[in-house]
Each structure stands twice: as structure tokens, then as C-alpha cells.
Design a protein around this ligand. Structure first.
Ligand SMILES: N[C@@H](CCC(=O)N[C@@H](CS)C(=O)NCC(=O)O)C(=O)O
Length: 240
């Protein structure tokens, strides 16, 4: 848009929600700059960042002085304020409502259970030691069982026999979901490996997003390498 400044996104790509924002910006060629805020260093708690977002959380978007938090709101704002293809957040009320239906459900279901798996497998020890909690195998088992129920619903209630979660084309629902479902890969865990239907869906989403998907997830692949190398007995011998 003529005369409009590039939007500024405050992100840490370890966060699933932040990756979704970056992919959306890149895929839709929305002019943007990224301010990296490292959660593991507590940079979201500095006085300067707290002024921007008193909740001390990422992501945050600033567009011409308009400050917005919450990934769901940010994605819907960008899809509405910028000229992006309609499939992301369709204007037709019923189609739009399907996307809203998933994104409302996402927070208390996919996101909650994925975060729990990630934190109890990798997050507390490797990335967030300053939170003072430790990974807990029992809590991990419980989180995995809860996640299994969520994946059943994702498959049977949302995806059904469609190509994408809300129909024939990719939408914000797929973007938020796929970034969540990639998170346990940080610990070397592919939670979709025994779910062929969801695996095919992920492949479709990945190819619809092309390079922006892998660029945003490169940090996940790096953490996975470090984490699995740490667990492997061969790598232990190699470092002895
Ligand atoms: N509902 C918010 C969640 C925000 C959130 O919890 N962000 C995490 C990263 S995924 C964060 O900034 N955590 C830092 C902290 O809790 O100190 C959204 O979707 O944007």
C-alpha cells in the first residue's frame, strides 16, 4: 500500500504463534521488519518491551503506530487490512465462521496440549531453565494422552475428508494448526507419524506455503538436532 510503513513484528521463532505470523507476512509479501525478542533470555520482560505489551508475551505487531497482541487477532487483522487472497480468511460469512470456529478451538485444545508436551519434553530444561521448572515424564505422558484426543478431533471434526481444515484451500486455521503441530519436533517427536490423514494434510499445507514454511521452522530443526544429539549414546562417545 502506497505510503504505508512496513509493519514491525516482535517475534521469537521458537514460539509456534510467532512462526505463523512470519509465514503469513512472507507468503503474502507484506512489507515487514522483524524485531527478535529472545524468550529464553527473558527479553519479553524488559521495561521497554513491557511498555509495548504489558502482558510480556509474543507475538506483537505494530502497524503505523497501531499495536496489536494475540496471534489470532494479528493474523485476522493482517488478512483484513492487507490485500491477501480471500482463502486465508474468506469474506463469505459461513466460510469465515468455519475459520473462526477452528481458531477459537485452537487455543484451548491444540495449543494447550502441544505446549504441555513441548514444555515437559524440551522446554523447561533446554529452553526455559529460568522458569525454574523441570521436565516431568509423568506430566509428559498425560500431555501426550490429552494431545491424542485433540488430534482425533482435529482429524474427524475439522479435517474430515477435506483437503484443508476449513475446505478446499488453505486458511488461517491450517497455518495456526500446522505451526502448533511442528512444535514437538524440537524434541525429535513427530506426533503425526502414525496418522496418515493428518500427515498428508501437513504435506499439503507445507507445499502450499513453500519456502516460508522451512525458513520459519529452521529454528525447530536446529533444536531437534541439538536435542537428539544430546540423547544419542554415539554423540556422547564422540564428545568424550
Ligand atoms: N494467546 C497468545 C499467547 C502468547 C504467548 O503465550 N506467547 C508465548 C510464546 S508462544 C510467550 O511470549 N511466552 C513468554 C512468557 O510467558 O514469558 C497468542 O496466541 O499470541
Amino acid at each position: 500500500m502506497a505510503g504505508r510503513q512496513a509493519v514491525k513484528a516482535y517475534l521469537d521463532l521458537v514460539s509456534q504463534a510467532c512462526r505463523a505470523i512470519l509465514i503469513f507476512l512472507k507468503d503474502n509479501k507484506i512489507p515487514h521488519t522483524v524485531e527478535n525478542i529472545a524468550i529464553r533470555k527473558g527479553e519479553q520482560k524488559t521495561p521497554e518491551f513491557t511498555k509495548l505489551n504489558p502482558m510480556q508475551k509474543l507475538p506483537v505487531l505494530v502497524d503505523n503506530g497501531f499495536v496489536l497482541t494475540e496471534s489470532d487477532a494479528i493474523l485476522k487483522y493482517l488478512a483484513t487490512a492487507y490485500n491477501v487472497p480471500d482463502h486465508w480468511y474468506p469474506k463469505l460469512p459461513e466460510k469465515r465462521a468455519r475459520v473462526d470456529e477452528y481458531t477459537a478451538w485452537n487455543h484451548a485444545n491444540t495449543r494447550t496440549h502441544i505446549s504441555s508436551v513441548f514444555l515437559h519434553e524440551v522446554g523447561f530444561d533446554v529452553l526455559l531453565p529460568r522458569m525454574g521448572q523441570q521436565t516431568n515424564p509423568e506430566k509428559l505422558e498425560k500431555a501426550l494422552a490429552d494431545l491424542d484426543g485433540t488430534l482425533d478431533k482435529l482429524e474427524n471434526m475439522f479435517l474430515k475428508n477435506q483437503a484443508f481444515l476449513c475446505g478446499d484451500d488453505i486458511s488461517l486455521a491450517d497455518l495456526l494448526a500446522v505451526c502448533e503441530l511442528m512444535q514437538p519436533l524440537c524434541g525429535g517427536r513427530d506426533i503425526l507419524k502414525d496418522r496418515p490423514k493428518l500427515l498428508s494434510w501437513r504435506r499439503r499445507v507445507q507445499s502450499a506455503l513453500s519456502d516460508s514454511f522451512d525458513e520459519a521452522h529452521s529454528v525447530v530443526y536446529q533444536i531437534r538436532e541439538k536435542f537428539t544429539a544430546k540423547l544419542s549414546p554415539c554423540s556422547k562417545q564422540a564428545t568424550l
